[in-house]
Structure formats: C-alpha cells, structure tokens
Design a protein around this ligand. Structure first.
Ligand code: PHE
Length: 337
C-alpha cells in the first residue's frame, strides 16, 4: 500500500489531486484508517507489531504528502510570478496632463513683451482701500465718475478693487518721488456688472505706468503700437479715441483691429472690425502730485488693458464666460505644443 500510495503521489500535478489522494489513504475512511480499525480483530500478540508498522507507514505517507504539497505550492508561486511579471518594455498609458489657462498664458506673453521694453512687474491687493482705488486717482468721494465703475464695497472704506490703477499710486508712493517709474501690474479686478458674453463681474487687467522727465503722448502711442505688433503681428494698427478718465489728461481709449472677423458674423468685434482693449492717457498732474511727484519736473503715461479682450481677439473666443466655466473641451484647445 505504501508503495502504491507513493507511486500515485509521484503522478500528482495539482492540489486537487493531492487532496483526493490524501482522502483515499489518510482520510476518515481512508485505506490506512481502515487498517487501524481492523486491528480490533487481530490477536493481541500481533497488535503491537502491526500497529507499529501502520504508524510507520502513516508517518512516511504524511511526510511524503507534506513534501508534495510544499513542492506544488512552490511551483504554483513560480508560475504566478512568471505570468504576472511586469513587462517594462510595454509603452505606458498616456497621462492626462492639465494645460495652462489661456488667461495665464496671455498674461505671461504680455509680461514678456513689456519686460523686453524695460518694464518691471508690480503687484497690489485685490481687497483695496477706497483711498487708493479712487481718491489717490483724483476721484474724491462725491465724484460722478465713480459711477463708471460700480463697485463691490466691503465697508465704507474697503472694496474689491475696480481696476488695477490703485497700483499706480502705491508704486509711486513706494518710489518716494524718484524717477523713472516703469511698471506693469497684472491682476484681477471686480465690478458690479451683470455677466454676459462681453461682461464679467470679475476680470483681468494689466496696468501700465511710466513716469519720467519728458514723457509724452507719443511715447504712449509708440509703446502700445509696439506691444500690439508683437502680440498680433507687424501689420496690426492701433486706433486712439479721445476719452475721459479722472486720473489722466488727455485720455484715450485704444482699439485694435480684429483679424478674426473676415467681414461677416464676427461676434468678437461685433463686425466693427475693431475691439476696444484699453483705457489710457497722460497721468493727471494732481495724481502725480498726490503721489509725491512734481508735475513741473516729470510727466507720465498710464494705461489699463483688459486681458480677456486681448485673449478673445487672439484666440477668436466669442464669449468671455468661457474663461471662467472651466469646460475642459475649451481649455484643451490651448495645449502648448
Ligand atoms: N483704470 C481704467 C479703467 O479701468 C483704465 C485706465 C488705466 C485709464 C490707466 C487710464 C489710465 O477703466
């Protein structure tokens, strides 16, 4: 029996067969167990002899079964390891990378252009004092032009800045009357506007300010034309229209040509061929004075441009709300390649 059990064990190739064999020989009704039960019918002298023999066989079989089980387990593990090994030469799955937001991208491009023209980047707070947002810009409390910029007030003295112009005043004060000043300041601004295709209660401006001896209106125009051509190509024209801002005199609104429209159905420039991108002018003498500069000695120009307008023009975006709704189908179009 021992021989045949061992021979059968040699043939076993999987765990289920091993278990079957174990039941056959060592189970409750197995052959070996039957033998032990049968010992009752033996004569007393034979019992120890046969008992010892049966026990030996049982130990031998148990050992053999355990060995077999161990080697089966090892073989299974090896097979598993081979079948599950990682093929490092397989090409990886592509990772979905985010893209730079079109507004951030435009801001960077504009910054690069102005840095190339010798400007520094300045920053200021979005939660601003009425003092800097209006008063230092020649807009005292009762000034009717405050209505041009409906504001979100937090207290009577604190508001969400309605434009980036307060950074003009802050920068000049920091300079303590020293010239030249040559900065641009990108940032978010807030107005109590109803949102539609061309208005948003929060949008982005880039303020520009140059103060030095002998700065003239032609410097403003030349700077803006240079900017426009670097941004939109060498044949871009700028159009200055007389305007009014309490902090500049004279003042001008500046339009760029819309190249997207091709004449019909253009919603970017509403088929006028031009799009207004900024307000500008020569810094008002009172603004210079309040910030510690002598208007007899220095002069300056300033502008505040709408970044969304420039992005709409550059990318042909017809609705300003696309910039804020974070639809990936929109954002993925601005993949840097
Ligand atoms: N601050 C003005 C606005 O938001 C723009 C501007 C800036 C005009 C600087 C003149 C000079 O409308």
């Amino acid at each position: 029996m021992k021989q045949s059990a061992l021979a059968q064990l040699g043939q076993v190739a999987e765990a289920a067969q091993l278990q079957e064999l174990r039941v056959k020989y060592l189970g409750k009704k197995g052959e070996l167990t039957e033998l032990l039960r049968g010992m009752g019918s033996l004569i007393p002298e034979e019992r120890p002899v046969v008992g010892q023999l049966v026990n030996e066989v049982r130990t031998a079989l148990e050992d053999a079964f355990a060995n077999k089980q161990a080697s089966l387990e090892e073989a299974a593990l090896t097979a598993k390891l081979t079948s599950q090994s990682i093929d490092v030469t397989l090409p990886g799955r592509p990772v979905q990378a985010g893209t730079m937001h079109p507004l951030s991208r435009i801001i960077e491009e504009i910054e690069d252009i102005f840095i190339g023209l010798g400007f520094d980047i300045a920053e200021g707070p979005e939660v601003e004092l009425d003092h800097f947002n209006f008063e230092m810009l020649n807009l005292p409390k009762d000034h009717p032009a405050r209505d041009m910029q409906d504001s979100f007030y937090i207290t009577e003295e604190i508001l969400m800045r309605t434009h980036t112009s307060p950074v003009q005043a802050r920068t000049m004060l920091k300079k303590e009357g020293k010239a030249p000043v040559k900065i641009i300041c990108p940032g978010k601004v807030y107005r109590r506007d109803d949102d539609d295709a061309t208005h948003s209660h929060q949008f982005t401006q880039i303020e520009g300010l140059v103060v030095d001896k002998g700065i003239r209106m032609s410097d403003l125009k030349g700077t803006l034309l240079t900017f426009a051509r670097q941004m939109f190509g060498a044949n871009q024209q700028v159009r200055l229209r007389p305007s009014f801002f309490p902090f500049t005199e004279p003042s001008a609104e500046v339009d760029l040509q819309c190249f997207k429209c091709g004449g019909e159905g253009c919603r970017v420039c509403k088929q006028t061929g031009w799009i207004e991108i900024l307000g500008s002018g020569m810094v008002h003498p009172r603004v210079l004075q309040m910030a510690g500069y002598d208007p007899q000695e220095v002069s300056g120009f300033a502008f505040g441009m709408g970044v969304e307008r420039i992005a709409m023009l550059k990318y042909g975006v017809e609705d300003i709300r696309h910039f804020y709704t974070n639809d990936v189908r929109f954002l993925n179009q601005f993949n840097r390649s």
